[in-house]
Write a protein that binds this ligand. Structure first.
Ligand SMILES: Nc1nc2c(c(=O)[nH]1)N[C@H]1C(S)=C(S)[C@@H](COP(=O)(O)O)O[C@H]1N2
Ligand SMILES: [Mo]
Length: 219
């Protein structure tokens, strides 16, 4: 299929409308203190792994896959799959917390840590935020400090197997200490910015940072 990197995803869908309504009603906000040190407030545990996206799951073959790193960096780069695999590979285990209230513990990921990616491209001093772009046209923004968390990586496997297309394969971002909408599936570009800019859900009422322990669900 065609890679829809420059096309905006449709904002007027049933999912987008109900999630906009949740934001205006501040649905799922408990105001509770942390239930335990692992499960954030308002979350419940699941054992399966739900699929959530805008309903377009791009089919990006490995030979056409590219990851572009651009913006306020000393050494912008476009990686193909071989170049991505040639970078240091890291194993990380983490929990998932989705803003729709499910959490899933003990996900084993392998891929390139954002720390190693930052070493490669060297963000300029002015860089303070990152915009993530997906092959489906999705965007989401995070502070640079969160992007560079030691737990964050561009994952290509989950539980030892290649990430499936529905979960964002060939490669997706994982930033486990933020709500999972910040973890862009089918990642196509990483853009370093001086000033924060809202991505897809952030335009639609969702938080610019998205810390689950602070219940930063909505803006
Ligand atoms: N490219 C892209 N990434 C995305 C999304 C999307 O629609 N497109 N949805 C986000 C949301 S809202 C969630 S909760 C997680 C879901 O990831 P999963 O389907 O692997 O559980 O992906 C996030 N990353
Ligand atoms: Mo989500």
């Amino acid at each position: 299929m065609r890679i829809m990197d420059d096309e905006q995803p449709p904002a007027d869908t049933k999912l987008t409308r109900s999630k906009q309504r949740w934001a205006s009603e501040r649905k799922f906000i408990t105001g509770a203190r942390v239930a335990d040190d692992r499960l954030p407030p308002g979350q419940h545990l699941v054992r399966d792994w739900p699929v959530l996206d805008l309903g377009r799951q791009p089919d990006v073959s490995l030979d056409r896959w590219r990851l572009t790193v651009k913006g306020l960096v000393a050494r912008p780069v476009t990686l193909d799959w071989a170049a991505f695999l040639a970078l240091p590979q890291t194993d990380l285990r983490s929990d998932i917390h989705c803003v729709t209230t499910w959490s899933r513990y003990d996900n084993d990921w392998a891929g390139v840590s954002t720390h190693d990616l930052l070493d490669l491209v060297e963000p300029r001093d002015e860089a303070a935020f990152v915009m993530l772009h997906g092959y489906d046209g999705y965007t989401t923004n995070v502070p640079l400090a969160d992007f560079g968390s030691p737990q964050a990586l561009i994952a290509r496997t989950w539980q030892g197997k290649p990430l499936t297309r529905e979960h964002g394969g060939p490669a997706r971002l994982v930033i486990p200490h933020l709500y999972f909408w910040k973890s862009a599936k089918w990642i196509s570009a990483i853009e370093f910015l001086g000033a924060d800019r809202p991505g897809f859900w952030e335009v639609n009422g969702y938080h610019m940072r998205g810390d689950p322990w602070a219940e930063e669900r909505y803006s």
